[in-house]
Design a protein around this ligand. Structure first.
Ligand code: HMG
Ligand code: MG
Length: 301
């Protein structure tokens, strides 16, 4: 398999990134971040999630954020919907894509969405049906495809099992997520190959958290398999509140720098992306969690 010549990135910073922040981030700041990401050339942005505000208070302003963004033609805006209640609230805000999120680990499924894997699929099925009927695209996030904070190592068979269930209910494409960033190139490749048993290469994306500094290496390993869709978080924001100690996704700036160096097209303007990361990092009162962003900001100064 040859390495792809073009990569599509979903910036999940406004959702995966900000969901874990302790200090409230006003809707206006989230809206401005989305604006800066689309100005930088991002064609897909994961904006927010329609989950319980008791579970994830930071996403309670979901409808306000969706109403406030100035949509740009050609950009796909996605939101997380764990159940019909979330979907019904989400659909009013006209997302281009909804994301159901399951786990390859039973224990993580219970901690994150309060039900077993089988029950989660029962909950997702009517959501997927309703979305497809309304002409909304459907993605499925698959958490803990390499390791779980509660169960430890996850076998590729568990990933294949979940991918098969997702396929069975009509989910159009899936994210192979290393939620806690414990994957290394070969284990991540095994997880991706397991997803590829049920989905085509165009329907599988890599979602790598960088907790152990492996996310770029894991991306390269996924590129070797031909995977060309990835999720990343501007300024390396984030982590999952139900995966203690896990840090953010690979920083979008670092990913774009690597891909650009490899001659792989992303359509993203790195300077504007660094500006977007600096904007949200300034608001949060810290430096971007991206080596590329810090290097480029130092060079500017
Ligand atoms: P539950 O308690 O089992 O739900 O939570 P329930 O149906 O029994 O309802 C209980 C209460 O929640 C009720 O309210 C419902 O109205 C409310 P009450 O009567 O007590 O006032 N409720 C909702 N409110 C708003 N929106 C909804 C909704 N559903 C029920 N959609 C539930 C189940 C899934 C809601 C809960 O467990 C939850 O919200 N979990 C949040 C999980 C989450 O957001 N995790 C982070 C995102 S996943 C992630 O980051 C991983 C990913 O990045 C990939 C990776 O890296 O692995 C995607
Ligand atoms: Mg994640």
């Amino acid at each position: 398999m040859s390495i792809p010549s073009r990569v599509q990135i979903i910036d999940v910073g406004p959702r995966d990134g900000l969901q874990n922040e302790k200090t409230p981030v006003p809707a206006a700041v989230k809206i401005s971040l989305v604006q800066r990401l689309q100005d930088a050339g991002l064609q897909e942005i994961e904006v927010t999630s329609f989950v319980s505000p008791k579970w994830v208070p930071q996403m309670a302003d979901n409808a306000e954020v969706m109403a406030g963004i100035a949509r740009k033609a050609g950009v796909r805006y996605s939101v997380l919907t764990p159940n019909l209640q979330g979907y019904e609230a989400a659909v009013k805000t006209q997302p281009d894509e909804i994301v159901v999120f399951g786990s390859a680990s039973e224990a993580f499924s219970r901690k994150n969405i309060n039900c077993s894997i089988a029950e989660s699929i029962e909950r997702f099925a009517p959501v997927v049906q309703a979305a497809l009927a309304a002409g909304i695209r459907v993605r499925g996030a698959m958490s803990c495809t390499v390791g779980c904070p509660y169960e430890g190592g996850i076998a590729p068979q568990q990933v294949a099992y979940l991918a098969g269930l997702m396929k069975g209910i009509g989910v159009q494409r899936v994210d192979v997520a290393d939620t806690i960033g414990v994957g290394t190139p070969r284990t991540v490749q095994r997880a991706i190959e397991a997803a590829l048993k049920h989905y085509g290469l165009d329907e599988v994306s890599g979602h790598f958290h960088d907790t152990y500094g492996q996310a770029l290496s894991n991306t390269l390993a996924a590129l070797e398999l031909g995977v060309w869709n990835y999720q990343a978080s501007v300024a390396g924001l984030g982590g999952c509140p139900y995966a203690k100690g896990a840090t953010g996704n690979v920083a979008t700036e670092d990913l774009v720098f690597m891909l650009r160096g490899m001659g792989i097209e992303t359509g993203i303007d790195l300077d504007k992306l660094v500006d977007a990361g600096a904007y949200i990092s300034d608001f949060l009162g810290r430096k971007p969690n991206s080596r590329t962003a810090v290097a480029l900001l130092n060079k500017r100064a």
